[in-house]
Ligand binder design. Structure first.
Ligand SMILES: [Fe+2]
Length: 242
């Protein structure tokens, strides 16, 4: 079964985050071979400020050696991918899809079945563009996305497969209202005891949560590139074998 390399909160554009990401990319290529055994999952905040011209392109350029070396890569947006972090702009939803998927019509949950693992990517910024809603770094999956997720997990399509959900916002420790995933209670109802792995970022903590919500592998990806001087050293990457 494929192993997962979890990266999060790259924040390219902030101080030395770009250089740190280059080092991580080189480390992956040097130490985690063959590429075909790994899937790289990035849980958002690929850039520090989406409003800066060419922000996505800068991150993509640094990640491009991974693509060339044939690593499969999956990504979801974080609050910084849709603005400067505290104020989102809906126009970036489309621009992010074009930059990272080359297709503005993809929708979330985004399902990629790779070997026997179903990777389910969520946009935790999906319902955060209301007049007041767009202010703050909190997240909300929204009814539409949650209903689609519920249907997906209840259906036969993914039966017998390992299920990995990845999203940006921390699903149960929002560190206060300004950063929380607002509809986490409904999210919990839907995923509890139904998935094998839950990956996220946002808090830059790097914590692990064994067996929360009946999910065996549950990880905060830290800020891989070390943004915001976390109290403990950044977890650059985690390699997860389900
Ligand atoms: Fe972040």
């Amino acid at each position: 079964m494929k192993k997962i390399i979890h990266l999060s909160d790259l924040h390219v554009g902030y101080e030395n985050c770009g250089v740190n990401l280059e080092k991580i990319v080189n480390e992956i290529i040097a130490h985690y071979q063959p590429a075909s055994e790994y899937v790289v999952v990035i849980t958002g905040d690929t850039v520090d400020d989406a409003k800066q011209k060419g922000a996505y392109e800068k991150t993509l350029a640094i990640l491009s050696p991974l693509k060339k070396a044939k690593y499969q890569m999956l990504v979801v947006p974080g609050n910084h991918d849709y603005g400067s972090g505290g104020l989102g702009d809906e126009k970036f939803v489309r621009l992010f899809k074009i930059a990272y998927f080359g297709d503005e019509n993809i929708s979330y949950p985004k399902v990629d079945v790779i070997d026997n693992i179903a990777f389910i990517g969520l946009d935790s910024m999906a319902a955060t563009f209301g007049f007041f809603d767009r202010i703050g770094a909190d997240g909300e999956l929204g009814k539409q996305q949650l209903n689609a997720l519920e249907k997906l997990l209840a259906g036969h399509e993914l039966a017998g497969k390992k299920k990995v959900i990845y999203l940006h916002h921390h699903p149960f420790d929002g560190k206060g209202k300004a950063h929380m995933l607002k509809d986490y209670k409904k999210f919990k109802e839907i995923v509890e005891n139904k998935i094998d792995c839950l990956l996220f970022g946002h808090n830059h903590d790097g914590n692990q949560y064994p067996d929360v919500w009946g999910i065996p592998y549950c990880y905060d990806g830290s800020s891989s590139t070390g943004k915001s001087a976390p109290k403990k050293p950044a977890t650059k990457m985690r390699v997860i074998e389900l």
